[in-house]
Write a protein that binds this ligand. Structure first.
Ligand SMILES: Cc1ncc(C[n+]2csc(CCOP(=O)(O)OP(=O)(O)O)c2C)c(N)n1
Length: 274
């Protein structure tokens, strides 16, 4: 039996998540992944924005920072530059990372700074009552789109790859064992790692769209295909499917290392001039 309590701040419970919410499943997966990597609690700094998913940092017993909406990547960048020895893990929602925080997201990918980002994609703004998110599928109902959204959703993984992230993976809360491995890979990767996690908000997305928690979980199972299986499938078979697994991995200079070299060069120049 895995000892979750070892990593939890039990005095912070009960948590705020609704029964059946995907956030708890993902938190457990994250704790198992950290345990597998073998990190000590004080070797981690976990940084979150604002949202239901971002409340996670209150429940776990690491160095934690609960910041402002859309800004966890800016705070995390500062933490990583000030203390490069820390493993900095960012917890963010799809609204947090892709709407208000969209620019921070692009530029953190571009810098390839050594952060591990868990993007909880529940296709809605959970905390504030189900407003339309950049990830809400076209046609789905939100509290700000009563007749169904006309906006096309965008693909966080494609955006991250295009912007320069060097580890990009997608998992689901249904496939929790696979998720452990994807998060483990992200933590071990030296550079900007994104793990997008498809999960459910059965209260504010499920209810107005008349889908139950079970149907939402079934959707995660039925509509995703692992990248390895996808290689053997035809374009017709892949129609409408979402690819999961490690989608992209690249080797590119990491930002903190480049920054340290930059400082060393400047100091050597100053010494030579003195
Ligand atoms: C500057 C600012 N604007 C708006 C809000 C209100 N607000 C709080 S959480 C949230 C959306 C959260 O959605 P998401 O990031 O998808 O997280 P979830 O709650 O679904 O996990 C918003 C708009 C805020 N706290 N601060």
């Amino acid at each position: 039996m895995f000892d979750y309590e070892k990593y939890l701040r039990l005095e912070m419970f009960p948590h705020i998540w609704c029964p059946g919410c995907g956030d708890g499943i993902v938190m457990k997966s994250l704790l198992r992944a950290i345990d597998r990597v073998g990190l000590q609690k004080d070797e981690i700094c976990m940084v979150s924005g604002i949202g239901c998913s971002s409340r996670l940092t209150g429940y776990v017993d690491f160095n934690t920072l609960h910041t402002t909406h859309g800004r966890p990547l800016a705070f995390a960048t500062g933490v990583k530059l000030a203390k490069p020895s820390l493993n900095v893990i960012v917890i963010t929602g799809d609204g947090d990372a892709l709407a208000i925080g969209g620019n921070h997201f692009i530029h953190a990918c571009r810098r390839n700074i050594d952060l591990t980002v868990l993007l909880f994609n529940n296709a809605t703004y959970g905390m504030t009552g189900g407003q339309l998110a950049p990830t809400t599928p076209t046609g789905k109902v939100a509290s700000t789109a009563r007749q169904g959204s006309i906006d096309p959703p965008f693909d966080a993984c494609k955006l991250a790859i295009a912007a320069g992230a060097t580890y990009v993976a997608r998992g689901t809360s249904y496939h929790s064992q696979q998720l452990d491995r994807l998060i483990e890979g992200g933590i071990k990767h030296k550079g900007f790692a994104l793990i997008e996690i498809l999960e459910n908000c059965n209260t504010y997305y499920g209810r107005p769209n008349k889908v139950s928690l079970l149907e939402l979980l079934q959707w995660e199972k039925d509509n995703t295909v692992n990248v390895k299986a996808a290689e053997r499938m035809t374009p017709e078979q892949l129609q409408g499917k979402i690819i999961t697994g490690v989608l992209h991995q690249a080797d590119r200079p990491e930002y903190v290392a480049m920054y340290e070299e930059h400082i060393a060069r400047a100091q050597a120049k100053a010494r030579a001039a003195a």
